[in-house]
Design a protein around this ligand. Structure first.
Ligand SMILES: Nc1ncnc2c1ncn2[C@@H]1O[C@H](COP(=O)(O)OP(=O)(O)OP(=O)(O)O)[C@@H](O)[C@H]1O
Length: 369
């Protein structure tokens, strides 16, 4: 059987996924076979920026022999666009249950990594393994099962002419044999899971920016329960990739989305109190709050290479100069955006943000001495 995942695209790539009637449309499929049990591994080969990053290399954090729980692996991936060499040997693994952030300066290839993982772009060199099986070509070339990969891009990328119900249930309306009533029920449940009620008949233009992001999230966690896994012992798993999910939101709306990302994870609990279905997720972000709230482990991309990776709390204490610089930038950005909000919203906002700011200033002080 097949597993399908809608890759919800950003505006740049949106045209290629424009809604077309069923059958005419090119299906975006993420489908991967259950893996062989004994996947060969070369361990975690993070590119070291300099000697100081050695102690922070994840080689020390887990046993490279134990790869049973690896869902996605990029091995020595290269990608260029014309003369621009964007990714230059990127290797990492995403394991069962992980919440991983990819950070780094603009244009360093973070979104490109997500698109390669999702199978929307093929690497020029290097391999992508999905549950231990090497992916050949793009997502739509494969007809296998095992992992649903959903992609939630920066803009919510909802279909403007479709209602919230049609947007959220899109995958099921197009690809499943479920009745309309059943799909409606699932849509209502998924919207409730992200804290939205009674918006099914609205058009995207009738929603706020934060609500649109929630609808996009509800769409990405929809699951076709009528499809069976090829291997009952290895049931299909869901991984979500978020590209800047909090971009454009104010700090409070960002917090809501960050908590939702956590809540649909298997370690979380959704708005209905049920554990989420998302096995692991990867978040590309520029926002410090998203790093702090929604991510456990960080991968730092710089000039097309991984220069540092470690647990989120280690980010603040890293001795790697590039990481320190980046950390300071995040803090400065946060302080300025907070000041901007204070000016816009007045004293009430100051009270809400006071404790957050104290932490920021404390961290900045620690960092620069
Ligand atoms: N399809 C494409 N064709 C040509 N160039 C591309 C394409 N996709 C990305 N690029 C270029 O590759 C570089 C990396 O893009 P990418 O979006 O991956 O960076 P990023 O790290 O996510 O940046 P940001 O943080 O600003 O979103 C950019 O210079 C971008 O212009």
């Amino acid at each position: 059987s097949l597993s399908y995942a809608i890759a919800v695209s950003d505006n740049k790539a949106f045209d290629s996924f424009c809604y077309k009637p069923k059958r005419e449309q090119r299906r975006v499929v993420c489908a991967c076979m259950a893996p062989p049990r004994n996947v060969e591994s070369d361990g975690f080969s993070a590119t070291k920026f300099n000697d100081t990053s050695k102690s922070e290399n994840l080689n020390t954090l887990w046993d490279p022999e134990d790869d049973q729980d690896v869902l996605i692996e990029c091995r020595n991936v290269y990608k260029s666009f014309g003369e621009k060499h964007i990714l230059r040997g990127v290797s990492f693994k995403i394991r069962h249950g992980e919440a991983v952030g990819i950070i780094g300066p603009s244009g360093t290839g973070k979104s490109t990594v997500l698109k390669i993982i999702a199978g929307l772009l093929a690497p020029d060199k290097g391999e992508v393994y999905i549950r231990g099986r090497k992916r050949a070509g793009l997502i739509s070339d494969e007809e296998m099962s095992g992992l649903q990969i959903g992609l939630v891009f920066q803009s919510a990328a909802l279909f403007d002419s479709l209602t919230v119900r049609e947007n959220v249930g899109f995958l099921l309306y197009e690809n499943s044999n479920m009745s309309e009533d059943k799909i409606s029920d699932i849509v209502r449940e998924n919207l409730a899971a992200v804290g939205l009620k009674g918006v099914e008949d609205r058009l995207p233009s009738e929603l706020s920016g934060g609500m649109k992001k929630r609808v996009a999230l509800a769409r990405s966690i929809i699951f076709d329960t009528t499809k069976e896994s090829i291997d009952p012992e290895l049931p299909d798993k869901q991984v979500l990739l978020y590209d800047e999910p909090t971009a454009g939101l104010d700090p409070i709306a960002s917090t809501v989305v960050e908590d939702l990302i956590r809540s649909v994870h298997i370690k979380g609990e959704d708005a209905l109190g049920k554990p989420g279905n998302i096995e692991s997720y990867v978040v590309v972000t520029h926002q410090h709050s998203t790093i702090r709230r929604a991510v456990d482990r960080l991968i730092f991309l710089y000039e097309g290479k991984i220069v540092w990776q470690g647990m989120t709390h280690e980010f603040t204490t890293s001795t790697n100069p590039i990481v320190q610089q980046m950390h300071l930038c995040y803090l400065a950005f946060l302080v300025f955006s907070t000041m901007e909000m204070i000016i816009k919203r007045g004293r009430h906002y100051v009270e809400i943000k006071a404790s957050v700011e104290v932490t920021i200033w404390y961290e900045a002080h620690e960092l620069v001495g």
